[in-house]
Write a protein that binds this ligand. Structure first.
Ligand code: HEC
Length: 91
């Protein structure tokens, strides 16, 4: 294979591999529809930027968030965000 065509082949291969890797990253969470999360019990946050988590210590928010995590994330990331190795540990 002449040098110029080998170079063209190797740059195409590099582009293909980069595309496959990017697709893998983008599709890591798959083509899934998350379970709906009912947040109607939570207070409205308004438009202003918050410096602190407004739900810290809010038992209702913690209950809703735990339920949402358990329904949507725990099967891969583990209960309490402690991974068994199939997906990254989220702690
Ligand atoms: C079907 C399995 C699966 C489910 C369900 C899932 N994840 Fe993931 N998640 C993964 C995998 C696999 C990765 C690693 C992807 C990678 O490294 O490219 C990942 C990566 C992540 C990362 C990046 C972690 C890091 O260290 O880079 C976060 C944050 C994350 N997931 C949050 C969530 C949340 C929040 C949910 C629920 C709403 C969720 N995931 C549901 C499989 C899953």
């Amino acid at each position: 294979m002449p040098a110029r065509s080998a170079l063209r082949f190797s740059s195409r291969l590099t582009a293909l591999l980069a595309g496959v890797m990017l697709a893998g990253a983008a599709l890591a969470h798959g083509d899934v529809t998350p379970q709906a999360v009912d947040t109607h019990e939570l207070p409205s946050l308004g438009d202003g930027w918050r410096d602190q988590n407004p739900f810290r210590g809010n038992d209702t928010a913690i209950k809703i968030g735990s339920s949402a995590y358990n329904q949507n994330c725990a099967r891969c990331h583990g209960l309490e965000a402690i991974s068994g190795g199939i997906a990254p540990d989220l702690r």
